[in-house]
Design a protein around this ligand. Structure first.
Ligand code: SAH
Ligand code: AVI
Length: 330
């Protein structure tokens, strides 16, 4: 990597991180809920409970994304590691880093695995992931970083070459311009020998997509509603959870899933640091977008971010793809 900054390492500076992110949260919630239509950033799904619910989603029969990416990684990781020869791995939005173990295992068996830097906003969950990984891989330096990847992020000094992974199609939770801003930060942190590995969900039969976001056990609904529970817990808000309903649908025109919370009956919510907010019957809070891609759209987004796609690795059934990219020469 080109840059060498000091990171906010978990366990060393948590009060600083928590304090800053709370102020940001109040600002974001105020901005989002005073807009028409109302919205909340999907990053607020991920407190510890939200991260646990997401893990449950990845096990659901309807949620094909995680299984599709896992089987692609199993098939392609030796080729990727042989081509990049990474000694360090940085991961954006690492979560439980379950699939990441496939990358780390391959790096170790091919002779170089010095450090792993998982970056995530979900502080407690990230800490638990890092502790477990350090136990399982005592020979690798694990440096978790609590950070919002939409901000220009900082990275520790790393033994190169570095593979920067962004898995799970989390890129899909960002519309085009924010996605380009985020990936531009990645591109500018990469040196010539580094590579970016992106996992992305592809366009397909809308029924399959709709099922993935409307599972029969209601786990996605609980994940969606958890954002309001979080605002109740952390900001002392009084959202009546029973007054909201999970709604998710695929919009073919926009190539994206929209996730909303629909208001069943009108009410007023008080958030002490923000004030009173009115909710009308039938209105919605948009909580997430999840874009689905094709190769040319992704190549275009990567290109606009200063990245060049070198390898395109779609699943045999076309459900999901991995893309490997390098930074464009200036
Ligand atoms: N990579 C994992 C987890 C995907 S879930 C997988 O493929 O299964 C999305 C992850 O990104 C969560 O762990 C969430 O906490 C994290 N995340 C979401 N928005 C983020 C942001 N703005 N900054 C940092 N991490 C974020
Ligand atoms: C993390 N992200 C890619 C998931 C997605 O599919 O957009 C989050 C999610 N939302 C509902 N289910 C899963």
């Amino acid at each position: 990597m080109k840059k060498n900054h000091s990171p906010h390492v978990v366990g060393v500076t948590p009060p600083y991180t928590v304090h800053r992110s709370r102020q940001q949260m109040v600002r974001d919630v105020r901005d989002g809920l005073t807009k028409t239509p109302k919205e909340l950033s999907p990053k607020y799904f991920y407190d510890e409970r939200g991260s646990e619910l997401f893990e449950e989603i990845t096990q659901l029969p309807e949620y094909y994304l995680t299984r599709a990416e896992r089987s692609l990684l199993e098939r392609k990781i030796s080729e990727i590691v042989a081509a990049v020869r990474p000694c360090s791995l940085v991961e954006l939005g690492a979560g439980s880093a379950t699939k990441t173990r496939l990358i780390i295992d391959e790096m170790r068996s091919s002779g170089c695995a010095e450090c792993y830097v998982p970056i995530d906003v979900s502080k407690d969950f990230l800490e638990a992931t890092a502790v477990q990984l350090q136990r399982d891989y005592p020979d690798i330096k694990i440096t978790p970083v609590v950070s919002d990847i939409t901000e220009p992020f900082t990275l520790p000094a790393l033994a190169g070459p570095t593979l920067v992974a962004f898995l799970g199609s989390t890129i899909g939770n960002f519309p085009r311009e924010p996605a380009i801003r985020l990936l531009s930060h990645v591109a500018s942190a990469m040196g010539p020998a580094d590579r970016f590995l992106l996992g992305a969900d592809l366009r397909k039969d809308p029924e399959i997509i709709n099922r993935a976001y409307n599972d029969s056990r209601g786990v996605t609904a609980a994940f969606n509603l958890n954002v309001l529970q979080r605002l109740n817990r952390e900001l002392g808000a009084n959202f009546p959870l029973g007054a909201y309903e999970h709604k998710a649908f695929y919009s073919s025109g926009h190539h994206r899933v929209e996730m909303h919370l629909t208001v069943r009956n009108a009410h007023t919510v008080v958030i002490p640091e923000i004030g009173e907010i009115q909710f009308r019957e039938g209105e919605t809070i948009r909580t997430e977008l999840s874009y689905k891609y094709d190769r040319s759209t992704l190549e275009d987004i990567l290109g606009a971010s200063g990245l060049v796609m070198e390898k395109w690795m779609p699943a045999d059934d076309g459900s999901f793809a991995l893309a490997l990219a390098r930074a464009a020469e200036d």
